[in-house]
Design a protein around this ligand. Structure first.
Ligand SMILES: CC(C)(COP(=O)(O)OP(=O)(O)OC[C@H]1O[C@@H](n2cnc3c(N)ncnc32)[C@H](O)[C@@H]1OP(=O)(O)O)[C@@H](O)C(=O)NCCC(=O)NCCS
Length: 133
């Protein structure tokens, strides 16, 4: 990895203009308002990646966790112009290795299973959803 990346931890230091527009540009973020995105992210454990050379945030993900048994990984997104350069892998590896999360089971839903399989995630057998109203 030749890029000059750093993790940015916590909701206080995320670039919400970047986070909201990046999530709104994904298949899972369609129709979400900026306020809705900020509110659900602020209630989660937030992780960002900043490109130190560019001086800007280039990726985001969040975790909902009980800190003991279960964590849920959501809203994983890399800047559309910067995909395929290892940034997503850098982000997910940092989350997996986070001391507060590494002993929890990390669940997620995705259309990109091979991205996560390369990072040690295994496909589950069952999934149930009660959709929100
Ligand atoms: C999916 C996403 C986060 C990947 O980030 P990225 O920075 O482009 O990925 P990386 O460059 O770190 O790729 C790491 C590895 O995963 C592979 N990979 C990347 N995107 C992939 C995808 N969409 N599907 C399958 N494999 C993928 C890469 O080929 C690479 O493999 P390698 O290690 O063998 O070379 C990014 O494409 C993205 O933001 N997509 C839009 C939002 C989205 O769909 N998020 C996932 C929802 S859960």
């Amino acid at each position: 990895m030749s890029k000059n990346l750093e993790m940015i931890h916590g909701e206080a230091v995320q670039d919400w203009n970047f986070v909201a527009s990046a999530i709104q540009g994904t298949y899972f973020g369609v129709g979400r308002s900026k306020d809705e995105i900020i509110n659900c992210c602020r209630a989660s454990k937030c992780f960002g990646v900043r490109d130190k050379d560019l001086g800007q945030q280039v990726a985001f993900a969040r975790i909902v966790t009980d800190g003991v048994i279960y964590s849920y990984l959501a809203d994983v997104v890399v800047h559309p112009m910067m995909r395929g350069q290892g940034i997503g892998k850098f982000l997910i590896q940092a989350i997996i290795e986070d001391p507060a999360l590494r002993r929890t089971n990390i669940n997620l839903c995705t259309r990109d299973p091979s991205f996560y399989q390369k990072l040690g995630f295994q496909e589950g057998q069952q999934f149930f959803l009660r959709a929100r109203k």
